[in-house]
Design a protein around this ligand. Structure first.
Ligand SMILES: O=C(O)CCC(=O)C(=O)O
Length: 296
């Protein structure tokens, strides 16, 4: 897959470009199945061990568990790892990176999914700062720069569910990648990329309403956010971030600590399953039904 001259120009001007229908219905279904399986792993291992799985970012919305994201994921999903190397992502990024090969820097699966089953582990969960699943206005380079990554990072946001106005879509402010907006926290060591919310009004933040299987390529300096998902449906987006091969970096620098911790937890959890010290309590199937599942 190659981007046209117009699409390359749009990325240059707006800081993003959206390509619909990159992945087929069968591929999307496989991603949904993988998302469910990963969620089961994270939640059941959390319940088994009584300590939250290091990959899991979960919030408590009025007593209901709200899964915001799981990061990293490639080491627990061969398929999602394969997608991070798919030429439909790498080809356009190579064009946008002036011919340099894209190297994976990190990957995350943003679920924005409220769980229907009564799962409660907030008594030992300490990770969430807010009770909600929104993302404040920020640029990603604000946190990539902590490990010395370059601004030339490009992320691909791949929609696993349709993103609509009700399920907390990502929103972007076109053209903001051309300026280095000051972050609220001036210390680069702790910076999370947040900028002053007053910089842009609600009508300047464009919601990305794109169907499952679409990909948005976006610049690391592009300001974006997303609002809460109150639809009762998940809004899963897989986000891969790549840097150009002319930048040299240590492999998996941003996520290796989380990955190692989660893998060690998951191995203890599997041992508990094998020794019948724990039986899985959370089952992702039946949590909701998607148009695809309803049709089969
Ligand atoms: O998933 C979303 O809605 C926003 C994601 C985002 O801004 C991020 O992960 O940096």
């Amino acid at each position: 897959m190659q981007l046209s001259k117009e699409q390359l120009e749009q990325f240059e001007t707006d800081g993003y470009v959206i390509i619909p229908a990159v992945f087929s219905q069968a591929e999307i279904q496989r991603m949904k199945d993988e998302s469910d399986r990963i969620l089961e792993l994270c939640i059941n291992s959390t319940l088994a061990l009584g300590e939250h799985n290091a990959r899991l970012d979960v919030r408590n919305r009025g007593g209901q568990m709200n899964v915001r994201k799981v990061q990293p994921v490639n080491d627990v999903s061969d398929y999602l790892e394969e997608v991070s190397r798919d030429e439909r992502l790498l080809g356009p990024m190579r064009q946008l990176m002036g011919g340099h090969d894209p190297i994976l820097m990190e990957e995350k699966l943003n679920y924005k999914q409220l769980l229907k089953q009564p799962v409660d582990f907030t008594h030992f969960y300490t990770g969430g700062r807010s009770h909600e699943d929104f993302f404040p206005l920020h640029h990603d380079w604000g946190y990539y720069r902590r490990e010395g990554y370059p601004k030339s990072i490009i992320s691909s946001a791949l929609t696993i569910d349709d993103s609509d106005i009700d399920n907390g879509p990502m929103r972007i402010v076109p053209g903001t990648h051309t300026k280095d907006y000051p972050t609220v926290d001036p210390d680069p060591a702790s910076n999370n990329g947040r900028v002053d919310e007053r910089l842009f009004g609600e009508n300047e933040r464009i919601p990305l309403l794109f169907p499952a299987g679409s990909v948005m390529f976006f610049h690391s300096m592009l300001l974006h956010d997303s609002v809460e998902n109150h639809s009762g449906r998940p809004r899963r987006i897989m986000i891969y971030s790549h840097y150009p091969s002319n930048h040299k970096a240590e492999e998996d620098k941003r996520n290796c600590a989380l990955r190692d911790k989660a893998r060690e937890q998951e191995s203890r959890y599997r041992e508990m399953l094998a020794n019948k010290q724990f039986a899985n309590q959370f089952h992702a199937k039946g949590e909701y039904s998607t148009p695809l599942e309803a049709a089969t």
